[in-house]
Write a protein that binds this ligand. Structure first.
Ligand SMILES: *[C@@H]1O[C@H](CO)[C@@H](O)[C@H](O)[C@H]1NC(C)=O
Ligand SMILES: *[C@@H]1O[C@H](CO)[C@@H](O)[C@H](O)[C@H]1NC(C)=O
Length: 623
C-alpha cells in the first residue's frame, strides 16, 4: 500500500530484497519519514512549508504521502501563493516541472538518503563520443538540402512603410531590451530578475548556467541581432562549462540547453554548439539506466546516475515523451547511435503499454513500466508528448509512420473523452481523472490549437477540415481567456463552470508568467490559414506585454491578470526570449522565414531541421 502511494520508494524492489526484508525496510523508512516530516513543523519558516503540506490534490504522486503524514488531507483550495513561481507544480511538463515547492521537499528529503542503506543500481558503462572521433558533419550539404533560405527572402520588407515590418521591428526591439537587461544585470546566470536587477539560478538545471543565453541564441540569429548573437556565442565558447555536479531535470535540460545548442548549430554551422550539445547529451544518459529504459525525471550529474529519493519515483509522460526530436539529432551530429536507441526504446514501451480508452495517463513507473495514475491531460504533464509525436512525423520528412499512427490514435481518444463545448459555445480540452472530467484548461494546454492545425494536413481525408476547424476553435477559446481579463493577458488556468467561462476561478491561478503557448498557436494558425485575426490577436499580446510586463530593467510576469495594476513577479523567464518573442516575430514574418517545410520547433521553440536526407542537394529552390 505504502509502495503504491509512494512510488518514490519503489526502488526497494530492484535491490532484490525479499519480502520480510522489504517489510522491515519499509517500517524503518516510514518511521524515518514520519520523524523527518514531523520535525519539519518545528523548523522556522514553517509557513512556507505549509504550502507544501497543503498542496492541492498532489500533482506528483510522491507528495500524497507527505500530505497524509503531516496529518492533513489535501484540501481543494489553496492559499494564493505570494509568488506565482510557487504555484507552478500543477504544471508539470512544459515548464518548471520540478516546482520550487517540490524541490524544497526534495532538498529536505536529501538527508534521508544518507541514512538509507543504498545499493546503487548497476551503472551501465556509457560509451562516450570522444570529441576527436566526432563524425564530420557536412554542413554545406545540409544547407543545400533546405528548401528555403533560413531567414526567408523578406520580400515584403522591400516596402519600407509596410505595417507588418514595423510590427516586426517592435518585437525585435522587445527582444533587444530583454537581452540587454539580462546581459547587464544577470549575464551568465540562468534568468534575469528585472525588479531586483540581478540573476536567478533556479534548481532545475543541475548547476548549469546561462539558460537565457542558450535559449536566446536562435532568436537573436533569427532577428538578425548580430552583435547580441556574438556576445551570446562568446559566452558559450568561454564560460559554458559542463563540469557541474547538481541534480537536473532531464526534460528541462534537454528542451532548453540541448535544443538551443542544436538549433544554434543548424543555423550557423559553428562547431562549438555541436560539440557542447553532444557532451551535454552524454551527461544525460545515466537517467536512462532503469529497468524499462523509461528515464527518470532527475539526473544527478555528480554521481553519474539518477537520484532516486528525489525523483518521486514516477516518470512523467511529457518528460520522457519529449526527447525524441533532440536525441535523433544528437545521433545525427555525433554518429553515436546511443541517443537514438534511448528514445526508440521509450517509444516502444509507450506504444506497447495498454492504454485506458486509448488515452495516455500522465505518470508511469520507470521500474515496472506501468501507469501510475489515471490522470490524462493535454496541458502540463502530458502536452509535449503528443506534440513530439506529430513533430517526429514531420521531422522525419513523413517517414516515421509509427509516430503518425500513435498521434492520430491519441488525438481521437482525446477528442472522444476530453473534448467539450461550453454552454457559451467555447471548445476546450478538459482534464480526465479516471473517467471524471475537470472542466479546466491550463495555459500550457493552449499550444494544442497550433499542434492540431499542424497535424491537420496529414490526417485522413475526411478528418482534415474537421481538425482545422477544431484547431481554430481551441485557439479562439484560448484567445477568450486573454480577452476576458483586464490586462488582455491570460491566466495560468481557466475553467468552464456554471457562470464563468474561460476565466480563472481563484487568485492562485490568475498569474501570467510570460508563457508562449497562446501566441504559439496564433503563429501556426496564421501560417496555415492566413486569417488576419491571428495577427490582430498577436498584436493585442504585444500591446499588453508592453503595458503590464515591461519594467525598467526587463520583462516580468505578473501575479494577477485581472488587475490593471498587477504586481510583478520579478522574473524574466528564459522561455520568454526563446519562445514568446520568437513566435510573435514569426507571426509577423513571411512564411519562408524558418519555413515549416524545413524546420520543426521543439517544445522550447528551438528549430530543428526536417530530415531531407533522401533528396539530393539539387532540390534547393532558386532563390
Ligand atoms: C569548471 O571548469 C572551469 C575551467 O575549466 C572552472 O573555471 C570552473 O570553476 C569549473 N567549475 C566547477 C563547478 O568545477
Ligand atoms: C535522416 O534520415 C536518414 C535516412 O533515413 C537516417 O539515417 C537519419 O538518422 C535521419 N536523421 C534524423 C535526424 O532523423
Amino acid at each position: 500500500m505504502l509502495m503504491r502511494k509512494v512510488p518514490g520508494f519503489v526502488p526497494a524492489s530492484p535491490w532484490g530484497l525479499r519480502l520480510p526484508q522489504k517489510f522491515l525496510f519499509l517500517l524503518f523508512l516510514s518511521g524515518l519519514v514520519t520523524l523527518c516530516f514531523g520535525a519539519l513543523f518545528l523548523l522556522p519558516h514553517s509557513s512556507r512549508l505549509k504550502r507544501l503540506f497543503l498542496a492541492p490534490r498532489a500533482q506528483k504522486p510522491g507528495l500524497e504521502l507527505v500530505a497524509e503524514v503531516g496529518g492533513r488531507s489535501p484540501p481543494g483550495k489553496r492559499e494564493p501563493p505570494p509568488n506565482p513561481a510557487l504555484a507552478e507544480p500543477a504544471l508539470g511538463a512544459r515548464h518548471h516541472r520540478v516546482s520550487p515547492r517540490r524541490k524544497e521537499w526534495m532538498r529536505r528529503a536529501q538527508h534521508l538518503k544518507e541514512w538509507i542503506p543504498r545499493a546503487h543500481p548497476t551503472e551501465e558503462h556509457i560509451p562516450t563520443t570522444a570529441s576527436s572521433s566526432l563524425l564530420r558533419f557536412d554542413f554545406e550539404a545540409f544547407q543545400r538540402r533546405l528548401r528555403h533560405p533560413v531567414l526567408g527572402t523578406r520580400a515584403e520588407s522591400t516596402e519600407p512603410q509596410s505595417p507588418v515590418r514595423a510590427q516586426r521591428e517592435k518585437i525585435k526591439e522587445m527582444m533587444q531590451f530583454a537581452w540587454a537587461n539580462y546581459r547587464r544585470y544577470a549575464m551568465g546566470k540562468n534568468e534575469l530578475r528585472p525588479l531586483s536587477k540581478d540573476g536567478y539560478q533556479g534548481h532545475i538545471f543541475g548547476g548549469l548556467n546561462g539558460a537565457t543565453i542558450i535559449d536566446s541564441l536562435d532568436t537573436l540569429y533569427l532577428m538578425e541581432l548580430k552583435e547580441e548573437f556574438q556576445e551570446a556565442k562568446a559566452w558559450v565558447e568561454n564560460y559554458f562549462h559542463l563540469n557541474v555536479t547538481g541534480e537536473a531535470s532531464l526534460f528541462e535540460v534537454n528542451i532548453r540547453y540541448i535544443g538551443g545548442l542544436l538549433s544554434a548549430f543548424y543555423l550557423t554551422g559553428e562547431e562549438v554548439f555541436r560539440s557542447k550539445a553532444i557532451q551535454l547529451g552524454e551527461k544525460l544518459l545515466p537517467a536512462f539506466n532503469t529497468p524499462t529504459g523509461i528515464p527518470k525525471s532527475v539526473v544527478n550529474f555528480k554521481r553519474g546516475n539518477w537520484g532516486w529519493a528525489s525523483t518521486g519515483g514516477s516518470s512523467i509522460l511529457a518528460e520522457c515523451g519529449s526527447l525524441h526530436l533532440e536525441f535523433l539529432h544528437l545521433t545525427e551530429l555525433s554518429g553515436n547511435q546511443i541517443f537514438a536507441e534511448k528514445v526508440r526504446k521509450i517509444r516502444r514501451v509507450l506504444r506497447e503499454m495498454k492504454k485506458p480508452y486509448g488515452l495516455y495517463p500522465n505518470f508511469l513507473s520507470p521500474v515496472t513500466g506501468n501507469w501510475e495514475q489515471h490522470h490524462v491531460s493535454i496541458g502540463g504533464l502530458g502536452d509535449s508528448f503528443y506534440e513530439y509525436l506529430i513533430k517526429s512525423w514531420l521531422m522525419s520528412a513523413k517517414t516515421d509512420t509509427e509516430a503518425k499512427a500513435m498521434y492520430y490514435e491519441a488525438l481521437e481518444a482525446i477528442e472522444m473523452y476530453l473534448l467539450n463545448v461550453s454552454p457559451g459555445g467555447l471548445t476546450y480540452i478538459a482534464e480526465w481523472r479516471g473517467g471524471i472530467l475537470d472542466h479546466k484548461m491550463g495555459h500550457l494546454a493552449c499550444f494544442s490549437g497550433g499542434m492540431i492545425a499542424l497535424g491537420a494536413e496529414d490526417a485522413k481525408e475526411e478528418k482534415r477540415a474537421h481538425y482545422q476547424e477544431l484547431a481554430a476553435q481551441i485557439t479562439r477559446t484560448c484567445h477568450e481567456s486573454y480577452a476576458r481579463s483586464d490586462t488582455k493577458l491570460g491566466p495560468e488556468a481557466f475553467w468552464f463552470n456554471s457562470n464563468k467561462e474561460a476565466e480563472a476561478t481563484h487568485e492562485g491561478e490568475s498569474y501570467y508568467i510570460l508563457r508562449p503557448e497562446v501566441v504559439e498557436s496564433y503563429m501556426y494558425l496564421w501560417r496555415l490559414t492566413h486569417d488576419p485575426i491571428y495577427r490582430e490577436w498577436g498584436w493585442e499580446v504585444v500591446t499588453a506585454l508592453e503595458r503590464y510586463c515591461r519594467t525598467q530593467a526587463g520583462f516580468s510576469g505578473i501575479h494577477n491578470v485581472y488587475s490593471t495594476a498587477p504586481r510583478h513577479d520579478n522574473k524574466q523567464q528564459s522561455f520568454f526570449l526563446a519562445e514568446t518573442l520568437k513566435y510573435l516575430y514569426l507571426l509577423f514574418s513571411e512564411d519562408d522565414t524558418l519555413s515549416l517545410e524545413d524546420w520543426v520547433f521543439n517544445t522550447e521553440a528551438h528549430p530543428l531541421p526536417v530530415n531531407h536526407s533522401d533528396s539530393s542537394g539539387s532540390t534547393r529552390r532558386p532563390y
